[in-house]
Design a protein around this ligand. Structure first.
Ligand code: FAD
Length: 425
């Protein structure tokens, strides 16, 4: 990963132009947008702050890049929630996941599917192959890519827009803001786009970290670090209202909870103020009903009354977790099973099916895979990504008030909105 503070700024003046379009930011959305516009014959200048384009693509999916999802149509849109889904409908129709995969395949990046989680990966499992293909697509089509070039301001200039950089200004009739959000700032996304958009008159919906690990300070939970559950159900409730419900892998870490389940629901511990903080509960055995679990525990105790109770919890949980649960509900894990009371067994079943953990917060933008919030969607035209307020300006990718769950949704949104703008500028 590059540290933008350390990235040298190129000193040569910007290429002379003229350019029809300046795309600011060479991430997934900007690279795709620049390629699409250049393929239409537009003269495109693509400016990137980092020395290398596509840094977040390279860092994504643990270096493997979960490039999109297998979900299409309403299921795809539903993953973003009602308002965002409605906004994304047109662009996702134009570049749905199946079409994106076909285009990536034509670029030499064959993909395959991880069916259980509907994830699509490059067959090579190399994020670099995706990043290289995106750059090659844009550059081969004629887009001029200038790296180590941070944009410092975007302002109206008569009927056009002026983009300011330390290498000089460039004026063009169209500017596409594709600078991402403010999560993982080490990758170059330091939230510059919010200031640009606001200065031009746009509203920015409050930004909070999303898809971020949760902090749980309880010592017994931290002692479970390293335990991964392939199947768990995480729910978030406040005042009796179910805010989020995800059945996804869950990981215990030295700071709390991570993995797709907890990260997918993490936004709720940021959007609500601390005094309204919701409750997080984990169902450790989501494939089994509560009665089934109760019966299984009782049967196990009846069969092996002399066994330590921690060894008899249903679900073949890791020993450390089973022992932690027993201690949590006040049952000595060493106790002989026959010595447990009905109340003990009830508490154990509750812990297995509805383990409530006190979430102190999230690990913040430094560890968030995306930013929730951004440029307000009603101010952007959903078929073209054109600003409704500033002629010539378009906004794409994560800079918009768009964020999806883990599973390739965020790249899919970046590509689809990039394509929509690339076809319109
Ligand atoms: C660790 C990690 C793993 C992830 N894994 C996945 C995954 O597997 N699947 C998935 O769908 N999503 C994943 N995401 C989310 C995904 O990376 C983003 O949603 C996506 O990259 C957004 O694309 P974008 O083009 O809008 O923004 P970005 O990819 O963030 O690109 C913005 C670009 O603009 C540049 N920039 C910023 N400011 C300026 C400026 N002032 N001047 C010039 N350039 C500027 C940045 O350097 C950057 O290159 C992951 C995110 C992280 C942090």
């Amino acid at each position: 990963m590059t540290d933008p503070e350390a990235a040298p700024v190129a000193v040569a003046p910007l290429p002379a132009g003229p350019f029809d379009v300046v795309v600011v930011g060479a991430g997934a959305a900007g690279l795709w947008c620049a390629g699409t516009a250049a393929l239409r014959g537009r003269r495109v200048l693509l400016l990137e702050k980092n020395r290398r384009p596509g840094v977040k693509v390279l860092a994504s999916g643990g270096g493997h890049c979960n490039v999109t999802t297998t979900l299409e149509g309403p299921a795809l849109l539903d993953a973003f929630g009602r308002e965002q889904g409605r906004f994304l409908a047109a662009s996702m129709r134009r570049l749905p996941p199946s079409e994106l995969r076909r285009r990536l395949d034509a670029l030499g990046v064959a993909t395959d599917v991880e069916p259980a989680l509907e994830k699509v990966w490059p067959l090579s499992r190399r994020a670099r192959d995706v990043a290289d293909a995106l750059v090659a697509r844009a550059v081969r089509a004629g887009a001029r890519l200038e790296t180590a070039t941070p944009v410092v301001d975007v302002a109206r200039d008569g009927a056009a827009l002026r983009v300011r950089t330390p290498r000089g200004d460039v004026v063009a009739p169209s500017v596409v803001l594709a600078v991402g959000g403010c999560s993982y700032p080490k990758t170059g996304t330091t939230g510059d786009g919010y200031a640009f958009a606001q200065a031009l008159g746009h509203t920015v919906v409050r930004c909070v970290p999303a898809l971020v690990p949760l902090v749980v300070e309880t010592p017994w939970v931290r002692a479970l670090a390293g335990i991964a559950l392939g199947d768990a159900r995480v729910t978030v409730v406040r005042d009796g209202k179910l805010l989020a419900d995800r059945r996804r892998p869950t990981l215990f870490t030295h700071t709390g909870l991570s993995g797709p389940g907890p990260m997918d629901v993490s936004r709720w511990f940021e959007v609500l103020p601390p005094w309204h903080r919701p409750t997080l509960a984990i169902d450790l055995l989501p494939a089994r009903g509560e009665e089934d679990v109760r019966r299984a525990l009782l049967d196990a105790i009846t069969r092996a009354p002399a066994e330590r109770v921690a060894r008899l919890l249903p679900g073949a949980l890791p020993a450390r977790l089973a022992e932690g649960l027993c201690t949590h509900v006040g049952v000595d894990p060493e106790r002989r099973a026959a010595e447990t009371s009905k109340a003990d067994r009830h508490a154990l079943v509750q812990a297995l099916k509805r383990l409530t953990l006190p979430v102190a917060g999230t690990r913040g933008f430094d560890f968030a895979e995306v930013t929730a919030g951004g440029v307000a969607l009603p101010e952007v035209e959903p078929t073209t990504m054109a600003s409704r307020l500033v002629p010539g300006l378009s906004v794409v990718g994560e800079l918009l008030d768009v964020d999806g769950p883990i599973g390739g949704f965020n790249f899919q949104a970046a590509f689809a909105t990039g394509e929509a703008a690339g076809l319109a500028v």
